[in-house]
Design a binder for this molecule. Structure first.
Ligand code: FAQ
Length: 319
């Protein structure tokens, strides 16, 4: 016979979600909620960490010392975001090494955008402006996600992403208002990065495997298509200020809808990239493995230090 306790726990959980209360690590939660959070949060953490690679490529080639210092600070912020998100994910009962293994073996995904190369300096600008811009639109909604540690991490991350978006736009502005060659470089970067930025919001709502349950649990607060449209609507006026041509010939203001209409995303390309067949998937994971292996001595030193501390504490207690 089923005991009433699990039913009570579930009812309490449902009520908390209904009342907009946060679920905390010590609270009871359905196993599927926990697993879904681990999936989304760890993929988010992986995106921040893998996302350092395309931009990292430009640190030694930044055009001025100021640009270099700003880019370094931005990339360090992304590492910090990865850390908050990994730590928040660990509160759900999984270890860092399990999460890293899932990334390196391809079990866990990361944002498809980072499987494209950063070909020119303008890509650094377009990435800050469009990729961080898309990330903020998504993450502002996630500040109200139902899991406490994730929501709190998002508050700080959003503040930093906002600086990232502005530094990207500033690079694009300088290029777009510069020489004809610089303007062309900005146009080319925007044309290439536009579509993968739209893909960051995931498949259409009707094709999104997790959305319906995630929205019920308030893990996701707004749908993929809603957020994508919001990003498009806020970005088109920014393109106009830059004086660049639209990256999509079908972009048109739709008075009736009160939104910009746009062309269809190439979903075949999206699925190819998220399933490991993008231009840089192999390179990104290979680089991550190498960096991770090279950091083994740090993890070993921490483990040894902890063991030593534990032995010292145990012997003090015995005395
Ligand atoms: N790329 O059912 P849905 C950043 C997967 S942070 C790869 O709609 P969901 C900062 C999805 O995981 C950017 N995979 O999934 C930065 C699922 O696969 P699974 C990262 C994608 O979770 C800037 C399957 O497709 N932000 O950029 C993508 O409900 C510059 C079905 O999709 C976040 O992660 C994609 N674009 O909605 C750093 C935000 N889209 O798990 C450096 C948090 C979908 O079943 C430089 N995440 N998939 O194997 C989310 O909001 C959600 O997870 C979505 C996807 C909206 C990404």
């Amino acid at each position: 016979m089923q005991t009433v306790e699990p039913l009570l726990q579930e009812a309490e959980f449902d009520q908390k979600i209904l009342d907009e209360q946060k679920i905390e690590p010590r609270d009871w939660m359905p196993e599927a909620y926990r697993k879904n959070l681990i999936r989304q949060m760890s993929q988010h953490a992986h995106s921040e960490v893998i996302g350092m690679q395309p931009e990292g490529n430009w640190i030694t080639r930044a055009p001025t010392l100021r640009r270099k210092a700003v880019l370094l600070a931005k990339i360090q912020d992304e590492a910090g975001h990865g850390l908050y998100l990994y730590s928040a994910t660990e509160t759900l009962g999984c270890t860092r090494s399990e999460l890293i293994e899932a990334l390196q073996t391809g079990k866990a995904k990361y944002a498809s955008i980072f499987n494209y190369p950063a070909l020119t300096w303008a890509d650094v600008g377009a990435t800050g402006w469009l990729v961080d811009g898309a990330a903020i639109v998504n993450q502002i909604a996630l500040q109200r996600t139902s899991y406490g540690p994730y929501a709190r991490a998002m508050v700080r991350i959003c503040k930093e992403e906002s600086f990232h978006q502005r530094q990207g736009y500033e690079i694009m502005f300088a290029l777009a208002k510069g020489s004809p060659q610089q303007k062309q470089m900005a146009q080319d970067a925007m044309n290439r990065i536009w579509w993968p930025s739209l893909m960051m919001f995931g498949p259409h709502d009707a094709d999104s495997a997790h959305s319906s349950q995630s929205m019920k649990w308030k893990i996701k607060r707004q749908s993929n298509d809603f957020l994508r449209q919001k990003f498009i609507d806020q970005t088109i006026p920014q393109i106009k200020v830059l004086g660049l041509d639209m990256p999509d010939p079908e972009i048109r203001w739709n008075k009736k809808r009160g939104h910009y209409d746009h062309g269809e995303i190439n979903w075949d390309e999206f699925y190819q990239v998220i399933n490991g067949q993008g231009p840089c998937n192999h390179q990104r994971i290979k680089h991550h493995k190498r960096a991770h292996d090279e950091g083994e001595w740090v993890r070993e030193a921490v483990r040894n230090y902890r063991e030593k501390q534990n032995r010292r504490e145990n012997s003090t207690m015995k005395k």
